[in-house]
Design a protein around this ligand. Structure first.
Ligand SMILES: *Cc1c(COP(=O)(O)O)cnc(C)c1O
Length: 416
């Protein structure tokens, strides 16, 4: 059961009522449930035990250090995609031996940082990157541990902007060139090629794409007799944004599939869930500013905007919308829910059937814990949104919104 639910007619995160937070904190703000994050992570951690798997949380989904610390203390390692994320992992005390470095465009500086401070593995995505990594490692007099990210050319059947495993996507080495990659790597003294990595996309709601990709990799390893010790199967497990439509597989179904296909190969198996760990543990709270009658539709203008939660504008994604005060009757009205930013894409929902809302009512966008705060911006000079974390009856800020002065003072006007 979710830790975010109504109690006595009021929306709660664990034992904290959102209405009581809203008396002290200005909307919009995010609230995260540490209990829900913990439940999600432990579910994954327990499910990979059958094949002795290791879990590297893909922190790009939500990289607030309070959340990273919580996960690290539960046994998580981290999947990072930039030097900045690497340093975040370090800042919560994670050793390099529990950090995997992914990403298609690693720079020399990022390679140097990770090689000097410790790294479990680089997931390398091109021949150019392999050569550069070798030369950076050579200069430092070390050997870089590497897995090659392959592109299995399967359709993850997800939104095109978050599909990564098709031949047309920029990610990975095409399977037909992977043997060549191993040959080249074996000639590079400062590279230790340990394994194969793949990540076919995000918000995957069916097991089929996973199964297709895994079978291709399995045949490849067996047919070519690849000498590897590690296999990184990436992340991507979807969550239910719209309960009447999204029916993602359960974690245990995914791990049973992994065990079935790779279980007896003696490989060290890694997975990199991001969204699954945090998505349903966060909500965005906003206030209704205006109720406005348009041509054949009613608008609710709210004080959150696309700069606070960009997913609807960027991926046309759906977030369930609920009132903070549970409605007393079941009557629903069609509304367009829009933010104040000067773009028509600043729309959270169109003709959504919702209970009646009035100005100053509080509204919650559900399943807003992943790819939300990390993508927030200050577009329209709207300050970065505040983030709060709840544990039981306690809540605290985990990031405070800056003041407008803070924002204005960041700009530099040259003396000329
Ligand atoms: C984004 C990403 C993940 C996590 O994806 P989710 O869909 O959030 O689980 C894992 N691995 C890599 C390489 C990624 O880029």
């Amino acid at each position: 059961m979710s830790t975010i639910r109504y109690k006595n007619g009021l929306l709660h995160v664990e034992d904290v009522g959102i209405h009581s937070i809203a008396q002290e904190v200005r909307t919009p703000f995010y609230v995260f449930s540490s209990g829900q994050i913990q439940n999600n992570f432990l579910e994954v951690k327990n499910a990979v035990k059958s094949f002795n798997g290791k879990v590297f949380y893909a922190m790009k989904a939500n990289s607030n250090q309070a959340i990273l610390k919580l996960l690290y203390d539960l046994g998580a390692g981290f999947d990072v995609v930039s030097g900045g994320e690497y340093q975040r992992a370090k800042a919560v005390g994670c050793p390099g031996s529990k950090i995997v470095f992914s990403g298609v465009g690693k720079t020399q500086d990022e390679m140097k940082l990770a090689l000097e401070s410790g790294i479990r593995q680089f997931n390398v995505e091109s021949f150019g990157e392999l050569h550069l990594l070798n030369s950076v490692a050579e200069r430092l007099g070390v050997v870089a541990p590497v897995a090659v990210r392959i592109n299995p050319d399967v359709d993850a059947e997800t939104h095109e902007k978050i599909s990564t495993g098709k031949a047309e996507n920029k990610f990975g080495i095409p399977l037909p060139r992977v043997e060549e990659f191993f040959r080249v790597a074996s000639g590079l003294v400062n590279i230790n090629l340990l394994g194969i990595d793949l990540h076919i996309g995000s918000q995957i709601t069916s097991l089929q794409p996973y199964e297709k990709a895994f079978r291709k990799v399995n045949s490849f390893i067996k047919n070519k007799n690849m000498q590897i010790t590690r296999l990184d199967l990436g992340g991507g497990l979807g969550v239910s944004y719209n309960p009447s439509e999204d029916k993602p597989p359960m974690v245990s179904e995914l791990t049973e599939l992994i065990a079935r296909i790779f279980g007896n190969m003696g490989l060290e198996i890694e997975i990199e869930p991001g969204r699954y760990v945090v998505a349903d543990a966060g909500i965005l709270i906003t206030s209704i500013l205006y109720r406005k009658r348009g041509e054949n539709r009613d608008f609710l203008v709210v004080d959150a905007a696309m700069n606070d939660l960009v997913r609807p504008a960027m991926y046309s994604s759906y977030h369930e919308i609920i009132p903070v005060c549970e409605p007393s009757n079941s009557e629903l009205l069609p509304y367009d829910v829009v933010g104040p930013v000067c773009e028509s894409s600043d729309t959270f929902a169109k003709k959504r059937h919702l209970p009646e809302f009035q100005p100053n009512d509080l509204m919650a966008f559900k399943t807003a814990g992943a790819y939300s705060t990390v993508m927030a911006s200050e577009y329209n000079t709207r300050p970065m949104v505040s983030e709060l974390l709840v544990r039981g009856e306690k809540w605290d800020f985990i990031r405070k919104s800056p003041t407008i002065d803070d924002i204005i003072n960041r700009d530099i006007i040259p003396s000329w």
